[in-house]
Write a protein that binds this ligand. Structure first.
Ligand code: IVH
Length: 673
């Protein structure tokens, strides 16, 4: 902003900024697909704020005075009993000092103490309890009205009842976050299934909280960390400070994040921030700052608000970890499923504590959407702290020598045709059996951590075994040959002395009797991952039982989705896969037999609704103990709906689907067998 800016030009600029901010709010809050980085967004907001401060006439009806994000259309609306406001930001220690100074000035006290905890980069949620029971849970929405997503929040751990000394009527606020490891796994599965990946755990979390089917939310794990409580009506909070509140919340049934500190002077707050700046990379979820609150709840409240921001708390934000570098080229990497993924080869750059030289571009659509050219200067971010991401090209810095990214028509490894299945974005190599990159990827996966976990059999050694030494034929064609290897086979491999050879054979031997679930994961069947593999293994108990099962029996496995079942049936029907299993077994692979889980409710799935005489978690526990499973929502897969008082809409849904609806007596009768 220039000093001589006129009101007219300020008005024009204000309008442009408001339109831009509105567009980005919509992209961020409604579509979970931000168009620009947080830093760029914050810069727009800062510019608008500055203009409004310089020209107060323009501040009338400012979007900055409103909380951004409107409730979505798909869910019922609820009004938050206490508005869910947001926080002012500080990004320098100077701004933090000014915040502290204002608090001192307004309270007239010099001994103000603060509370600090990480600022979770997740989704704000509110949980309303009346008479100690969860009435509803909601997203933040526009701060006044939110989307009611009770079943989904329950599915990710919102307690049904408060415990301990919790006020009976209370509004609990917290943040739902997705762990980075779960986010990566989710994106891996989405890319595999031809869906576009989420940009970051926050967006993935938003998508998952807004699932219509609570079981789908439960399948995309989120964790709720509580950080605020407001006593409603005649209730009072039995705590006086944030420190006491965070100590009490777990006894009331809520999860909190343990890394918080209270009773801090402003100097100690700054020290906390400096420690957190480094330490936050170790947390399993993303954080983007530190929330600093006046520790004493009454003092904090008494400070009131400026616009939408409370004066008694502030968010210290860490700068986004973004750097510029050049996109040197794009390499196409062939995965074990034949997926051909573009990988950006970058001029190495230090971002968020690590050197980044490669970043996945996911698929050709992403390259087009971002408008990337080879040779571009690009913004690189370590999204989710661990996966480096190319955010966008810096178009202004083009020199005219940049070139289009060539999308391959043939597999870069084996030259076979690439296919794009209907509804899929990914390109796949059509040569499943012959493509060396796919074969290599499959063995690496088979021996990898999540599968048979064969120590010493990483990428390089698998490549050695599959290449063969000095012109000799390969030692293995696929995983089926692994268990036939001997120490003398390995002795000729470059870099393999007798000790390494003995160790590797010993490690292979130790893997001869894996859990059936791990073997299933290792086979790399599409859509069969940790949970589905466990469900299959629980159901059949042994590889032989699975191999003997027909399609109908496979589809009956509880916890195995339709699409996954189709992939499994198709995989088992293929000759080359049967040959592989046969060779594995002949060479001595024997998965451990698993006692089939037994109990009177074996294989039956339940949904519980309404108020029962026992708390729901207790009922759920007895179901699981008797071999059954508990689902979050009514679907075709559910066998029984157990209803208590005031059951709600689930009963109708269940009747429509022909699911047995039973009351507590009926349930007790079932349990007796
Ligand atoms: S306390 C008056 N504590 O950050 C609002 N908020 O920018 C008091 N957030 O809307 C909120 N971690 O969604 C609080 N430890 C934390 C938080 C936290 C993340 C979110 C919250 C809020 C936003 C403010």
């Amino acid at each position: 902003m220039t000093a001589e800016m006129t009101l007219a030009s300020a008005r024009r600029r204000t309008e442009v900024l408001r339109a831009e901010i509105g567009r980005h709010n919509d992209a961020y809050y409604q579509r979970d697909a931000p168009l620009i980085s947080d830093t760029d967004y914050d810069a727009l907001v800062a510019e608008l704020r500055q203009l409004e401060a310089a020209f107060p006439r323009l501040a009338v009806d400012s979007p900055l005075a409103r909380v951004s994000g409107r409730p979505d259309e798909g869910f019922a609306r609820v009004q938050h009993p206490v508005p869910m406001l947001s926080l002012g930001n500080a990004s320098t220690l100077d701004e933090l000092r000014r915040f502290d100074q204002r608090v001192r000035d307004l309270t007239g006290r010099d001994d103000v103490r603060y509370h600090c905890e990480p600022k979770f980069d997740g989704l704000s949620v509110g949980l309303l309890y009346r008479k100690g029971t969860l009435v509803w849970g909601a997203t933040r929405g526009d701060g006044v009205t939110g989307e009611k997503v009770t079943a989904n929040l329950r599915a990710i751990g919102a307690p049904d009842r408060v415990t301990g000394l919790a006020p009976r009527d209370v509004y609990i606020r917290g943040e739902a976050v997705m762990y980075r490891s779960d986010f990566e796994e989710l994106n891996r599965r989405r890319i595999e299934a031809g869906e576009s990946p989420f940009r970051n755990p926050r967006n993935a979390g938003a998508g998952s909280i807004r699932q219509i089917d609570p079981a789908a939310t439960a399948a995309r794990p989120l964790h709720i960390f509580a950080y605020q409580a407001s006593a409603l009506e005649s209730s009072t909070l039995p705590v006086r400070t944030h420190g006491e509140l965070l100590a009490a919340l777990p006894t009331w049934g809520f999860k909190t994040f343990p890394e918080h500190q209270s009773d801090l002077t402003i100097e100690q707050v700054m020290a906390f921030i400096e420690t957190e700046r480094e330490r936050r990379h170790r947390w399993p979820f993303d954080t983007d700052g530190v929330v600093v609150k006046v520790d004493d709840l009454a003092t904090e409240q008494g400070l009131g608000f400026v616009g939408k921001d409370p004066r008694g708390a502030i968010a210290f934000k860490f700068p986004a970890e973004e750097r510029f570098t050049r996109l040197r080229s794009v390499r196409w990497q062939v995965g074990r499923t034949g997926s051909v993924t573009p990988v950006a080869e970058l001029e190495p750059v230090f971002v968020g504590g690590v050197m980044v030289a490669n970043a996945t571009l996911h698929n050709p659509n992403e390259i087009r959407r971002k408008g990337l050219l080879v040779g571009d200067m690009v913004v690189v971010r370590r999204a989710g702290e661990v996966i480096p991401e190319v955010v966008a090209p810096i178009v202004e810095q083009r020199r005219g020598t940049e070139t289009e990214v060539a999308i391959p028509e043939r597999c870069p490894e084996c030259g076979s045709e690439l296919l794009q299945q209907p509804g899929e974005i990914v390109l796949r190599c059509s040569n499943e059996g012959g493509c060396s990159a796919q074969r290599l990827g499959r063995v690496i996966h088979f021996a990898g951590r999540g599968a048979l976990d064969i120590e010493g059999l990483g990428d390089a050694n698998v490549a050695l075994l599959m290449a063969g030494a000095n012109g000799a034929p390969p030692l293995i064609r696929d995983a089926g040959d692994l268990f036939a290897l001997t120490i003398s086979d390995l002795a000729d491999l470059p870099g393999f002395g007798p000790v390494a050879a003995t160790n590797l054979i010993a490690a292979i031997d130790r893997a001869r009797h894996p859990d059936l679930a791990r073997l299933l994961i290792g086979l790399g069947i599409r859509m069969i991952g940790g949970e589905t593999a466990t469900a299959i293994s629980d159901h059949f108990g042994s590889l032989d039982a699975l191999l003997a099962a027909n399609e109908e029996e496979i589809r009956a496995v509880n916890g195995l989705g339709n699409v996954a079942a189709t992939h499994l049936v198709a995989w088992l029907a293929r000759d080359e896969n049967r040959v592989l299993l046969d060779r594995l077994q002949r060479n001595g692979l024997r998965p451990r037999e698993r006692a089939r889980r037994s109990g009177v409710l074996q294989g039956k799935s339940f949904v519980i609704t309404g108020t029962l005489t026992r708390p729901r978690p207790a009922i759920a526990e007895s179901i699981v103990a008797a071999g059954g499973t508990v689902a979050g929502g009514v679907s075709k897969r559910v066998d029984y709906l157990v209803v208590g008082e005031n059951p709600g809409s689930k009963v109708d849904q269940a009747r429509k689907l022909g699911i047995a609806v039973i009351d507590e007596d009926g349930f007790a009768a079932l349990m007796r067998g």
